[in-house]
Ligand binder design. Structure first.
Ligand code: HEC
Ligand code: HEC
Length: 254
């Protein structure tokens, strides 16, 4: 009987421990350990107070994230939502292309998990709010000439050129007057580079116009672009890059 109850309590302990482990990348970290990681690797840019005003910030554009509002650009969650832990882990692991935010692959998942828990202490939003469920990205249909053409029509219909420009070089009529939520000037991305800031896959591009980039003028088009149109738009953007190894689209035709 006694042995049985030991076995039973072991099961209870396992069951209690299981959810923490099942939460996935970036979850369940220790903020006390995370503070040490932060002070070693992040403070020089993101600042002691998490306000994005570390000693390098002055010399850097785009500015390091100010964590106090709980506003994050790269999320799998709808516009206005907090990111998931996995979203933060992906950003921190891969870095942000074309900016001073490096990849932190080398510090390992444990350190990233702890530093994520510490970053959350800078904004009360993490106590009062929860990330909404991630958007569903349907499987990518095949890339084709016809899809690229339809994508160009979606680009025109949605007025992307207002900011990104006719040829998507980031030079639209509004390009030079945009500011982010922190009051810093921000330029629309040059979509012909063959990389976006946070990821290179079709799904990474898809995600951006459905979730928008919180804290920036880049809006969410979830109400005006259907999933089929969104994939066409992805193919149009891919076609603009000489890096995309397909003989289709305006970039390849030049
Ligand atoms: C050399 C400067 C620098 C260092 C060091 C640095 N960052 Fe950043 N970080 C940036 C910049 C710049 C951005 C903003 C990029 C942008 O918005 O385009 C950023 C943005 C972020 C974001 C916001 C992503 C989003 O979706 O909005 C997170 C999270 C982040 N950094 C985490 C970290 C962590 C964790 C560390 C330490 C392990 C770290 N950073 C170290 C420069 C730095
Ligand atoms: C009101 C201006 C505005 C409009 C309209 C706009 N964008 Fe953007 N977009 C931006 C800005 C600003 C950025 C850069 C944000 C940054 O670097 O943090 C951006 C960034 C992007 C990125 C790169 C994201 C990344 O992770 O690097 C993509 C892709 C994108 N926009 C696609 C589009 C498409 C497609 C449309 C039309 C459906 C569109 N945008 C409409 C302002 C706009």
């Amino acid at each position: 009987m006694k042995r049985l109850s030991i076995v039973a309590s072991a099961f209870v302990a396992l069951a209690l421990a299981a959810p923490a482990r099942a939460q996935g990348p970036g979850s369940g970290g220790d903020p006390v350990k995370g503070k040490v990681v932060y002070e070693r690797y992040c403070l020089s840019c993101h600042g002691e107070l998490g306000n994005g005003a570390g000693e390098f910030a002055e010399w850097i554009t785009t500015k390091p994230r100010d964590y106090r509002q709980g506003t994050f650009k790269w999320r799998s969650t709808p516009s206005g939502s907090l990111p998931t832990d996995a979203d933060l882990d992906k950003t921190i692991r891969d870095g942000i292309y074309g900016t001073f935010m490096p990849t932190w692959y080398a510090i390992g998942e444990h350190n990233r998990r702890d530093v994520i828990a510490y970053i959350k202490t800078f904004s009360a939003r993490w106590k009062t709010d929860k990330p909404q469920p991630s958007i569903v990205i349907p499987a990518e249909p095949p890339y084709s000439d016809a899809s690229v053409k339809r994508g160009r029509a979606v680009y025109e219909k949605s007025n992307c050129a207002q900011c990104h420009g006719q040829d998507a070089l980031g030079d639209g009529p509004s390009a030079h007057e945009l500011k982010d939520d922190w009051g810093n000037p921000i330029v629309p991305y040059d979509l012909t580079q063959g990389h976006i800031k946070c990821g290179d896959t079709g799904s990474d591009i898809y995600r951006v116009f459905i979730t928008g980039l919180n804290g920036t003028p880049m809006p969410s088009f979830t109400d005006s672009i259907s999933p089929e149109e969104a994939w066409d738009l992805v193919h149009y953007i891919q076609s603009l890059s000489a890096l995309y190894p397909k003989n289709y689209g305006p970039a390849a035709a030049k």
